[in-house]
Design a protein around this ligand. Structure first.
Ligand code: KG4
Ligand code: ZN
Length: 337
């Protein structure tokens, strides 16, 4: 009998449900995006997001079951995003069904997306780059995932989205910057790469954003090729920082494989530079298809399968959380964050 897990994702502005077979195959993956609602506010409005999740969850669930050709009675476990995220939104997923629940971490589930498409060798270094988080992990097996470092201020996605706002581009800005950068010169402007030489695995992107603010004060209202050059140079600073820090982690932890996941992993320059850089170093590099990089429930179901197999699940007392977990430092173990 195959194991069928239902995944539910509602931590931000996507209501998503998926049916996953044996932790590896997405029989269905339905994502209902609220992007059009939040676009006019230039970012996600939590109250609107929660309300929309409540409206969407039943039709999205029904479509996921019918796409997969299975009924609720065949489902072995329900994996829900437990955090971090908007708590009001998380409660929608957590409170929906009265069956045993597997609570999964949103960022860990972004990494689990890779198991839907590849057999990745363990251990690997995992980088999750999303709208709210930039986190680097040492992944020893499907469920033994240790945080090595994270952003001290803005996340990589935030760095893209805030820059897009400064440049008058639409939300979410990462996609627009990616598009405009294709015709720009990444060397046109030298933006800072502040933490590139530091030995810490934390990230900081707020200095980069400030550098852009100052640049725009001196060189206001860019358009045409000037705008494309700014986008390409700014994007290059983010992407290079992400790739070099991840590479440094592979060296310190003596790991020969890398996975990059999360919404920013859709970025075409990140995909290209990471592939070149890691392959040159003889490191195997894996990145999910774009549909499994942005928020989806297939990744939630995939991680849920492995947690259920280990007996790691909760009842209805599952509590959502909005912030992140302790981090792992080599030689020191887990430390509070
Ligand atoms: O993982 P995700 O879908 O949602 C969160 O968990 O936050 O990530 C959304 C983020 C947004 O900041 C968006 O601008 C960024 O992913 N993003 C991109 C691209 N596509 C989405 N950033 C850069 N280049 C892209 N092509
Ligand atoms: Zn996400």
């Amino acid at each position: 009998m195959p194991s069928l897990i239902l995944g539910i994702e509602s931590s931000c502005d996507e209501t998503a449900v998926a049916v996953i077979k044996d932790g590896k195959t997405a029989l269905s993956s339905v994502v209902s995006s609220q992007i059009e609602i939040h676009k006019k506010y230039g970012g996600v409005v939590p109250e609107l997001a929660s309300r929309k999740h409540v409206e969407n969850i039943i039709p999205v669930l029904e479509k996921a079951l019918s796409d997969a050709g299975v009924s609720l009675s065949e489902i072995e476990g329900i994996s829900v995003t437990r955090g971090p995220g908007l708590v009001g939104c998380l409660m929608v997923g957590v409170s929906y069904l009265e069956v045993p629940l597997i609570g999964v971490d949103h960022l860990e589930s972004h990494l689990a997306a890779i198991h839907l498409e590849y057999d990745v060798p363990f251990p690997f270094i995992g980088l999750v780059v999303s709208g709210g988080h930039t986190s680097l992990y040492l992944v020893n097996n499907h469920t033994d995932i240790k945080l090595l470092g994270k952003t001290r201020d803005d996340a990589a996605g935030e760095a893209f989205d805030k820059a897009a706002k400064l440049l008058g581009l639409s939300y979410p800005g990462g996609v627009e910057i990616d598009r405009l950068s294709k015709e720009g010169d990444p060397k046109a402007i030298s933006f800072p790469r502040p933490f590139l030489t530091s030995s810490s695995f934390d990230f900081s992107f707020s200095g980069l954003k400030t550098a852009l603010v100052y640049y725009l004060k001196k060189n206001p209202a860019p358009d045409g090729i000037r705008l494309k050059n700014i986008c390409a140079s700014y994007q290059e600073a983010i992407v290079e920082t992400l790739v070099e820090k991840t590479l440094a982690a592979t060296k310190l932890h003596e790991v020969r494989a890398v996975v990059i996941a999360g919404g920013v992993a859709c970025n075409s320059r990140l995909r290209e530079l990471a592939k070149d850089r890691f392959e040159n170093e003889g490191i195997s590099f894996y990145i999910p298809s774009p549909k499994y990089c942005t928020d989806n429930a297939a990744m939630v179901g995939a991680l849920g399968f492995y947690k259920l197999r280990e007996g790691d699940y909760s009842g209805l007392d599952l509590n959502p959380y909005s912030t992140s977990r302790p981090k792992y430092v080599r030689g020191r173990g887990l430390i509070a964050n």
